[in-house]
Design a protein around this ligand. Structure first.
Ligand code: ZN
Length: 134
C-alpha cells in the first residue's frame, strides 16, 4: 500500500499543524489507484474537542465535505490529523477511529514528521508515502 501525495500538500499540512494549539484534522480526497491511493486535495474539518491530544471531526462539516467530494467524483481516501506532543504513530483512540474509518490515516507533527497508517486484518501497518512527482 502506497500513499501518493504532492510535497506541497504535505508542506501545507505541516504549516496547518504548526499554526494550531489543538489537533488539526480532516480528509484526504482523491482516488484509489491499484495498490496505491492518490491524494489530490485536503479538506480541514473543525476539531470539536478543541484538544491538543485528541480530535473528533465536527459532524455537520464532515458530512458537507463528504457530499461535496462525491459530487465532484472524488473519494475520501484518507483522514489526516496532527500530534502535537507525541510521535506520528496511532494512539489507542486513533486505533478505535481506524476501525470505524478503514482508510489511510496520515499523522503530521509540527516538527514536520509525517507518517501514514492503515489497518489490515486488524493490525496496524505503515503505509509508504510517495511524492507525486517521482
Ligand atoms: Zn492521533
Amino acid at each position: 500500500m502506497r500513499l501518493i501525495i504532492g510535497r506541497e500538500i504535505i508542506e501545507m499540512l505541516i504549516e496547518m499543524t504548526k499554526n494550531a494549539n489543538v489537533e488539526v484534522c480532516g480528509f484526504l480526497l482523491g482516488r484509489r489507484d491499484g495498490e496505491g491511493v492518490l491524494v489530490s486535495e485536503v479538506r480541514k474539518v473543525r476539531n470539536r474537542l478543541n484538544s491538543p491530544s485528541a480530535f473528533e471531526m465536527e459532524p455537520v462539516e464532515m458530512v458537507r465535505v463528504i457530499d461535496e467530494a462525491e459530487e465532484r467524483g472524488l473519494e475520501v481516501v484518507g483522514i489526516f490529523h496532527s500530534h502535537l506532543k507525541c510521535p506520528p504513530v496511532p494512539s489507542e483512540r486513533d486505533l478505535e477511529g481506524m476501525r470505524n474509518w478503514p482508510v489511510v490515516w496520515l499523522i503530521v507533527t509540527p516538527e514536520g514528521e509525517v507518517r501514514a497508517w492503515v489497518l489490515r486484518e486488524g493490525e496496524v501497518e505503515e503505509v509508504e508515502i510517495v511524492d507525486e512527482r517521482r
